[in-house]
Design a protein around this ligand. Structure first.
Ligand SMILES: Cc1cc2nc3c(=O)[nH]c(=O)nc-3n(C[C@H](O)[C@H](O)[C@H](O)COP(=O)(O)OP(=O)(O)OC[C@H]3O[C@@H](n4cnc5c(N)ncnc54)[C@H](O)[C@@H]3O)c2cc1C
Length: 499
């Protein structure tokens, strides 16, 4: 088109910030409308006691060719490659025998690998109602395990829920392949995502017009039809209207599900179907910090665990219709960043139950502390070294996320793929392409739900999605495309540049 485009980006999360950076580098005039008073979206930190912790992501999935790993390295962000020292507690709260625990862990991870392969190979013929849990049930029968081992295997596979934010019974086997990550290495970001976020937001904060506390409530765009004066009109919650040449929508999938009527004219039916079909998870975190990491005492016959898993507890008071398995990570093993904190990942109905009980409580209130302590005491008190009489074992503070009550996080965590899904891969392609309304109306979509398949639901995917959409806008205006990787939808950039 040969003019300098005026582009609005809705959302200053990783995707919006990366998009703004690339567009800015190529000469576009960029305005970001952000509903919150900060950048980062689902990448955010807060304190539990005196310790800074991540509320959203704290892993980097896949090291090779991953721009977030490259940024982590250049910003001297500390990463931890945990070894798999794990302790598993059986239903009655006793540690599983080491041999059984090793068998169970081997079964769970081998079966997950087999399920990826099976889903990749037979995606087109697997019935949409078949779940990952069904696959586990079939496989466990073929292993010659006794009843106790079988039960421990099936209960342990529930840990998958904390990867996707919903129970393993809800994980589609057909589209399990879409959960596969770049490569097998996962690093815990021990010094938090703070410096990564600072790096990703720097260019946008310096060169774009970033408007905080500006929730967008309306996006109107007629087809361009070669009109030279074609514009997209944005309405904000305070009743203002703004005109732009192009608009990039990075609002989370959960927001799109609830706000389809924000678009005029209506979104194309196939895009609406894709928005409705792809599901949105419910992963939350609960941090609990102690005066001392009592579980971390070294002894000749005891190696402090990095992970603990609690199978279907009979010793905890909880709603009977909700599965109550729990998992936690010890932050006492984080090298120089170590602190005496446990991080519990909760998901699905259990997470919804906990959030509904604390959403009206102030995090500094005794009621908040008591509720979360009643919830977690049955678990942390099983760990080696616990003594009810010791002050070291009395929590100093709790911090629980509540993404499900946050409309700007889409009332949940990130996209996932549930049973019943018929065309998951096609749906993602439609979300990525916005069913063509970028070229047609000037309304584009980015965000983790539009990422390359290998990075859906991750910060890496969000970053790539912002970069890709910026590339498409650049192409329309004949801009150079400086800073863009290979820009192909479903492949990794061949070169990661962070200059
Ligand atoms: C609990 C949890 C754990 C996670 N763990 C990991 C992990 O370990 N590793 C990993 O790689 N990823 C993880 N993720 C996912 C990762 O955080 C996201 O994939 C990524 O941050 C998404 O970036 P985004 O730009 O697509 O969306 P967001 O970060 O959500 O950005 C969207 C922005 O749009 C703004 N917005 C929304 N609606 C409006 C509106 N109407 N008007 C204006 N602004 C609006 C929001 O405030 C937000 O700033 C996790 C997420 C959660 C919640």
């Amino acid at each position: 088109m040969g003019k300098t485009p005026r582009v609005a980006i809705i959302g200053a999360g990783v995707s919006g910030l990366r998009c703004a950076d690339i567009l800015g580098q190529n000469g576009a005039q960029v305005t970001i409308f952000e509903a919150r008073d900060r950048v980062g979206g689902r990448v955010a930190q807060s304190k539990v006691g005196d310790h800074l912790v991540d509320l959203g992501p704290n892993w980097i999935h896949g090291g090779q060719d991953n721009p977030i790993s490259v940024i982590a390295e250049s910003t001297k962000t500390e990463l931890e490659d945990f070894d798999e020292n794990q302790i598993v507690f059986s239903k009655d709260g006793k540690p599983l025998d080491d041999k059984i625990a090793a068998k169970v862990s081997d079964f769970v991870w081998t079966t997950i690998g087999e399920a990826f392969e099976y889903s990749n190979t037979y995606k087109d013929s697997i019935p949409s109602g078949r779940s990952l849990f069904d696959f586990f049930k079939e496989r466990v029968e073929k292993k010659g395990f006794n009843e106790e081992e079988k039960e421990a295997c099936l209960e342990s596979c529930r840990l998958w829920g904390s990867y996707v934010g919903d129970p393993v019974e809800r994980q589609s086997l057909k589209f399990f392949c879409l959960e596969e990550c770049i490569d097998s290495s996962n690093c815990f970001v021990s010094s938090t995502y703070q410096k990564i976020l600072e790096f990703v937001s720097k260019a946008a904060l310096e060169h774009a017009d970033v408007r905080f506390k500006q929730p967008v409530v309306g996006i109107e765009a007629e087809p361009r039809e070669n009109k030279a004066d074609h514009q997209v009109i944005l309405s904000t919650a305070d009743g203002q209207k703004y005109k732009f040449d192009e608009v990039v929508v990075t609002c989370p999938l959960g927001w799109l599900k609830r706000n389809k009527s924000a678009f005029a004219p209506d979104l194309p039916p196939r895009l609406i179907r894709a928005i409705n079909s792809i599901s949105y998870g419910r992963l939350e975190k609960v941090y609990v910090t102690f005066p001392q990491a009592f579980w971390h005492t070294e002894r000749a016959d005891y190696k402090p665990p990095n992970f603990a898993m609690f199978l279907d507890p009979t010793y905890s008071n909880h709603p009977k219709d909700i599965i109550w398995n729990q998992e936690c990570v010890s932050l006492a093993t984080l090298g120089p960043q170590a602190h005496s904190t446990l991080l519990f990942y909760i998901h699905g109905p259990c997470a919804s139950h906990v959030v509904s009980n604390i959403s009206d409580l102030s995090p500094s209130s005794p009621e908040y502390y008591d509720y979360l302590n009643d919830f977690l005491h049955p678990f942390y008190s099983r760990l080696y070294g616990y003594s009810a009489a010791s002050p070291d074992c009395k929590p100093l503070a709790f911090l629980a996320t509540q993404w499900q009550t946050d409309p700007y996080a889409g009332n949940g965590s990130y996209s996932n793929f549930q049973v019943g899904l018929e065309q998951g891969d096609k749906d993602i392609e439609v979300l990525r392409d916005g069913a063509g309304i970028g070229e047609e109306r000037g309304v584009w979509f980015a965000g983790e739900h539009t990422a390359p398949f290998v990075a859906l639901g991750t910060t890496t995917g969000a970053y790539w999605s912002g970069e890709r959409v910026a590339g498409r806008v650049c192409r329309i205006y004949g801009l150079d495309g400086i800073g863009i990787g290979t820009g192909r939808d479903d492949s990794l950039p061949s070169q990661v540049s962070i200059t």
